[in-house]
Write a protein that binds this ligand. Structure first.
Ligand code: UD1
Length: 344
């Protein structure tokens, strides 16, 4: 029988790609999502890509009784991948309580219910934001956690602590915390990708929307940083590579291969690329000229961060394999497909 995995936020950007990879690896997937930042049509697209329709229940992780009923309905869930969270850095500064409630209570509900329903494992969606501006680059998992720049970032740090404290208290839970760097790109089928509500806050959706003419101009937030070309540097990872790391993490938990009950892995490429380099890579990979201008810095931005992914490479046998050109072409193909579908 297929092993059952619950994916919260499974119709979202990273969630949907992960569902497909789980299905390809023989897992049965139950998705819950409150659809606050995604549409139910994603379930159809997952089915088109994988040939398997995942179970989908519209449910908010804040709904404790709803979650309790879900675990009772779908008995035998063996592990959870917890993506469901609010993720806009700027919005979190405006609405901190919304972020603390959504992101913390959702996780607390799951952790409380896991032992009652014999769910033994959880993979948590964390972020390189926990490192702030690291003192040394590339950044390893051993780097100190820095004071969060935003309530959003703080929720990632606190959630990591909530998991550690819960496991340390003796709860029968094993956890893997995946610290993502900057996921970009889309599924090669162009059926799944990133579709933010309203004006995009993140670089790539803004970039592809500019390239297709929805936005007039991409603003590059600062060229006076202490980097070779003055723009910020990030570790951009293809979302499918990132999705695959989750499958390996789930395998590892279920096969009891963990070295400790809570493990942490950096999930990045190990390569830092500046915002301007990324723009030029997009132009040469797609042949599309981009209208952009340098503007002032964005408050709260980290100057430069990229991963040392060696621990994940060695210990998980995982590596980000897609080059940035293919990744950017996939993002562009997704944007073109959205237009074809009349969505944007
Ligand atoms: C941020 C968070 C990260 C979170 C992610 C999801 C921090 C430090 N990082 O990533 O934890 O998971 O959002 O929302 O809090 N840029 C432009 N023009 C734009 C948009 C972005 O120049 O229109 C630049 C930014 O200044 C930055 C880079 O592009 O240097 C990447 O920005 P973005 O895609 O928003 O991701 P992060 O801020 O790195």
């Amino acid at each position: 029988m297929k092993k059952r995995i619950l994916v919260t936020g499974g119709t979202g950007y990273i969630g949907s790609h992960t569902v497909v990879e789980l299905q390809h690896s023989g897992y049965e997937v139950i998705i819950i999502d409150n659809l606050s930042n995604s549409g139910v049509d994603v379930v159809d697209n997952i089915e088109k890509v994988s040939g398997i329709r995942p179970v989908f229940e519209e449910l908010d992780c804040l709904d404790y009784n709803g979650l309790d009923a879900l675990f009772a309905k779908y008995k035998g869930i063996e592990a959870i991948i917890h993506f469901a969270a609010s993720k806009a850095v700027g919005e979190s500064v405006q609405k901190p309580l919304l972020y603390y409630r959504n992101n913390l209570v959702s996780l607390i509900n799951l952790l409380e219910l896991m032992p009652e329903h014999q769910v033994g494992g959880i993979v948590f969606s964390s972020s390189c934001t926990v490192y702030g501006q690291p003192d040394e680059l590339p950044v390893t998992e051993k780097a100190p956690i820095k004071k969060a720049e935003s309530p959003y970032g703080n929720t990632k740090q606190i959630n990591e602590e909530i998991i550690r404290d819960t496991v340390a208290s003796g709860a029968p839970v094993n956890a893997i915390l995946l610290r993502y760097f900057n996921p970009i790109g889309a599924h090669p089928s162009a059926l799944l990708g990133e579709l933010p509500n309203g004006v995009p806050q993140n670089l790539i959706p803004y970039l592809t929307q500019t390239a297709i003419g929805i936005r007039e101009k991409l603003s590059v937030f600062g060229d006076d940083y202490n980097t070779p070309d003055g723009s910020c540097i990030r570790d951009f990872i293809h979302v499918v590579d990132l999705a695959k790391a989750h499958v390996i993490a789930i395998d590892r938990i279920l096969q009891k291969k963990q070295k400790s009950d809570v493990e942490v892995f950096n999930i990045g490429t190990g390569r830092g690329l500046s915002v301007l380099e990324l723009i030029h890579a997009f132009e040469s990979a797609t042949g599309v000229k981009l209208n952009y201008e340098i503007t002032g810095r964005r408050a709260g931005d980290i100057e430069q961060v990229w991963a040392d992914p060696e621990y994940a490479n060695k210990e998980l046998g995982w590596k980000a394999g897609t080059n940035v050109e293919d990744t950017l072409r996939s993002a562009w193909a997704w944007q073109l497909k959205l237009r074809e579908r009349g969505i944007q």
